[in-house]
Design a protein around this ligand. Structure first.
Ligand code: ATP
Length: 922
């Protein structure tokens, strides 16, 4: 019987998968295998077809009634052979269909934007192909690929491990087992071993938590264990944001109000027709009343608002990518702007992550690298730093190419500066065992064969190593560790740290008489060590971080530094950057552990620097801040940072240095690892949110305007004209809704950032967006638009009625003619005043003329205006909309009434500014 992959030896495995450990597969072979086995992707749920999505747009109850009523009127017109009336029904149906089409276009635009961003943050895997180390999309992996695994990676497919250096994986996603499993490269003998015990296999989607290794891909995509369980990955799951949920709820509430008003309008019209009208009540009256009121309901219910929010968020997301921040979820984009606390890592985010060794301490002497005299002891320190080091070094054109962690590269650079060849050092002393660095232990150990035996070389945080020191190497002779000598080391460490240097200690331990070195653990190697010396390296602050912190202060955002580094180093950098003020404090992770939750909560607001933190400390810090109700952003990069990243409102992962797991847990990935980018993203987040508010402001006030216009016609009409009047026909209402709504709302969603967006304290994410006066503004501005539009009707009617009577027409004919003109004016004023009103919504405080130009809004304005004017310019459309060409005087009137909201709102803005100035001067 053929052996299972976990039973095979390495050679059998490589042979059966026809691959090579050192070279991997060739590109050609990869193509063949991709063709054969498909992409390494879990199947996604099928997208809804275009037709179904179209139907979705139409299935709204009100839209159905509207279509039904229009069809009815269309059929009636055919039966009665009244072609001019056929138009109305046809027109309504056409507008409804165009609206549905627009809806789909918007939806797919938002979807495309989201998909392209999702693709950007898709996970990557490290493979060896054609003898080269490559980083590729996980989806491009094929069976037989050799993958390199490191702590913080996701298992990119189902794999068989062929090399394991302390490799451990968290398989809880698959097996429920919370404790990481140690992974081995050895074959297993038994057949039918349960999944969780197949320790030489790795399963797609589980997490490498520790160590490193090599593995062969054995199955991909739906053939993997996770693929078998999750037959379908339902990625279309909706990603609704809190605001969208609120707005959807508000929409329902507004729908009820709109429906109630519509019902009232309908009822009044019918009652009035029966009770007061002299003319007989025909089917026509019923049909017109129904069409108008249902059209009003369709126009006034802001059913498109959640979709518009999605579009604005998705477009904002695209813009953020250009600013080097990839947002992974829509809700996070929405929350981003209300960020109040930014907890940032120091190394690489606030600093440049370019380390240069500046000082050494050994033999009781601190020396500057710039004028160092080489001694055998220094040579030893330097070569230990190169040996206990994972930097990949190549020689190319007489210089060294180094890939690795900047802290480690600093040791290699030191060797090069001192004219030592790091490649030769590494080649001279084979590494036979290692305990990789992790931020919990803050140590790294490698074991080598030296001339006089086997030695472990240990480097790491000095304070940690001091506690494990048994001897101190003083010029080659070993002095037993005593309080005095270690004190000298501590002072040297503090002195370097005070100069903002990151300090690492180097120690060693002889390990003789050991049968199997590879079994040696921390307890064997990292205790009772001999301390050799200290190395201090500078990692300069990012110049742009300082400005960003000033900006944060102005914007009411608190910056907190969290670092694995020494407290003094952290304090020095935090002071330089302006994070740590006079009354602020810095504490270590250990000091934090000693605080009770209450004590911590009391001090929380004053602690600006946390040093020597563990990943658990980070989670506690995020939780404590979140308990205050503020919106917290937290950065991270390592595999252990995933819990704190998840815990934060905005979890941020480093795009360059971050592990796949940190990126997978994050809401935002920084493609440049830069603190300034976070602050910039927050300001963009504020702009996105304020743009959503602008769209809502515009849409809701316009809807109110539409309702008021029709409502006044029905109610005030009785007082003014002795009967209810139809200020707008159903087709006119729907048309206004079509040309003014979405395009302008999206235009507003693309407003450039207002200049003072970071001059205010963050928005309280729990408060309704309608507080702070927006609700009131929407109400009165909507009312104003409605009143002005009704005024247009009144004036138009009066002018033409008197004119018609003077031309000795009968009362009924005069009234009919006057109504057509009045409706024309209403139709024009409602549409144009709304288009102009969009400019009011550009800013709640600034004049639209003083803001940066928004070419999208201007384009939307002209497109919409032209569409509106076309209706009156062409005889055919005039006919189907039932309107007339206004006179010059009436055009003047239309313009005057339409610009009035702009003038009035401008005046209130000036007034508010003056009164605010007065208040601040008091
Ligand atoms: P942050 O990015 O959160 O500011 P950090 O990068 O300073 O943190 P860690 O990488 O966890 O934090 O490092 C913590 C400490 O561990 C360092 O101050 C240093 O003393 C030690 N250290 C860092 N890198 C290594 C390494 N490669 N080998 C040994 N020790 C290391």
């Amino acid at each position: 019987m053929e052996k299972q992959v976990y039973q095979q030896t390495k050679d059998e495995l490589l042979k059966s998968f026809d691959t090579n450990e050192k070279l991997g597969l060739s590109e050609q072979e990869v193509l063949i295998r991709t063709e054969k086995y498909g992409k390494n992707k879990l199947a996604e749920a099928k997208k809804r077809s275009l037709f179904l999505r179209f139907i979705d747009q139409l299935k709204d109850f009100m839209v159905l009634i509207l279509i039904g009523a229009s069809l009815l009127s269309f059929l009636m017109a055919i039966l009665e052979k009244k072609p001019e009336e056929m138009f109305e029904g046809g027109l309504i149906i056409a507008i409804v269909l165009i609206n549905a089409l627009l809806g789909i276009m918007q939806e797919s635009k938002a979807e495309k934007a989201l998909e392209s961003i999702k693709a950007m943050s898709s996970p990557h895997a490290k493979v060896i192909r054609g003898g080269k180390d490559l980083i590729i999309d996980v989806a491009d992996l094929v069976i037989g690929d050799i993958v390199v695994l490191e702590a913080g990676d996701y298992m990119p497919a189902d794999v068989r491990i062929i090399q394991s250096v302390n490799l451990k994986a968290d398989e809880s996603a698959l097996t429920g087992e919370a404790v990481p499993v140690e992974k081995s490269a050895l074959p297993l003998e038994d057949l039918n071993i349960p999944l969780g015990d197949r320790v030489n296999l790795g399963f797609m989607g589980t997490v490498v938590t520790y160590g490193r290794g090599l593995a062969v891909v054995t199955s991909v995509g739906m053939d993997t264990e996770i693929g078998k369980i999750a037959a379908m990955l339902n990625e279309t799951e909706s990603d609704t944001t809190p605001l969208q949920k609120n707005i959807a709820q508000l929409g329902k509430f507004l729908a009820i109000i709109a429906l109630a008003i519509t019902a009232v309008i309908f009822a009044i019209t019918i009652i009035e027709a029966y009770a007061f009208s002299n003319a007989p009540v025909t089917f026509e009256v019923w049909k017109d009343a129904l069409l108008t009121s249902v059209a009003l309901a369709v126009a006034a219910i802001p059913e498109g608002l959640p979709a518009i929010i999605t579009i604005v968020l998705a477009l904002g997301m695209q813009n953020l990518v250009k600013q080097r921040a990839i947002m992974r979820t829509l809700p996070a984009v929405e929350t981003l702007g209300s960020t109040t606390i930014i907890c940032s890592d120091k190394t690489g985010t606030l600093t440049q992550n370019v380390m240069t060794v500046q000082e050494l301490y050994l033999n009781k002497n601190t020396q500057k690298v710039s004028n160092l005299k080489m001694t055998p002891q220094i040579e030893r320190l330097v070569s230990y730093g190169v040996l206990c080091n994972d930097t990949k070094i190549r020689e190319e054109n007489d210089s060294f190419v180094k890939i690795g962690d900047p802290t480690e590269i600093a040791f290699v650079d030191l060797a090069i500066t001192l004219k030592e060849n790091p490649i030769t050092i590494n080649a001279s002393y084979d590494r036979i065992h290692e305990l990789p660095f992790d931020s919990e232990r803050k140590l790294m150990t490698t074991v080598h064969k030296f001339k006089d035996g086997i030695y472990a070389v240990i480097k790491g945080a000095p304070d940690v190593l001091f506690k494990r020191t048994k001897f101190i190497d003083d010029n080659g002779s070993l002095i037993p560790n005593d309080a005095h000598t270690i004190k000298e080391f501590e002072t040297a460490n503090n002195n370097m740290a005070d100069k903002a240097l990151r300090v690492l200690a180097i120690a060693y331990k002889k390990v003789d008489n050991v049968k199997d070195v590879s079994k040696l653990s921390y307890a064997d190697l990292e205790t009772d060590v001999t301390l050799l010396g200290l190395v201090g390296m500078i990692d300069p602050a990012r110049p742009e971080a300082k400005d960003a912190i000033v900006q944060c202060k102005k914007a009411g955002i608190t910056t907190i530094m969290i670092t694995g580094d020494h407290k003094n180093t952290a304090v020095a950098i935090a002071t330089e950057l302006g994070i740590l003020g006079k009354d602020d404090i810095a504490i270590t992770g250990h000091e934090l552990d000693l605080l009770s939750d209450d004590e911590f909560a009391q001090r929380l607001a004053h602690i600006r620097v946390y040093a020597r933190v563990s990943p658990e400390n980070k989670v506690r810090i995020v939780k404590a801040w979140r308990a205050t109700g503020l919106v917290v952003a937290m950065t991270g990069d390592g595999v252990n940072d995933a819990p704190s990243i998840k815990q934060a409102d905005i979890g941020i992962a480093m795009g360059i240095t971050g592990t796949e797991v940190a990126k997978g847990a994050a809401d935002m990935v920084l493609t440049d690892d830069n603190f300034a980018t976070i602050v910039n993203a927050v300001s963009e987040g504020r702009a996105i949110f304020s743009n959503i508010k602008k769209s809502i402001h515009f849409l809701l006030s316009c809807n109110i305007g539409e309702i008021v216009t029709i409502f006044l016609g029905t109610t005030l009409g009785i007082l003014l004209f002795g009967e209810t009047v139809t200020t707008l026909t159903a087709a006119q209402i729907l048309w206004v809704n079509l040309v003014t709504d979405s395009l302008m709302a999206i235009g507003l969603g693309l407003e450039p950032k207002e200049p003072d967006i970071m001059d205010y304290a963050p928005r309280d994410s729990k408060k309704s967006i309608f507080s702070d006066g927006l609700g009131f503004k929407i109400a009165w501005q909507g009312l104003m638009i409605g009143l002005l539009t009704f005024a247009a009707y009144y004036i138009g009617y009066t002018l033409h009625f008197d004119e018609a009577i003077a031309a000795s027409q009968g009362h009924l004919a005069a009234s009919e003619q006057a109504q057509t003109y009045a409706q024309t004016l209403t139709f024009m004023v409602l549409a144009i005043s709304q288009l102009i009103h969009a400019f009011n919504a550009r800013s709640e405080t600034h004049s639209p003329f003083k803001l940066k130009m928004n070419k999208f809004l201007i384009m939307a304005f002209f497109i919409s205006l032209v569409l509106q004017l076309v209706t009156v310019a062409i005889p055919f459309t005039r006919n189907i909309f039932g309107i007339q060409v206004p006179t010059l005087l009436e055009w003047g009137l239309i313009v005057a009434l339409s610009v009035t909201p702009l003038i009035v709102v401008e005046i209130t803005k000036i007034f508010n500014k003056v009164s605010k100035k007065k208040k601040t001067n008091l």
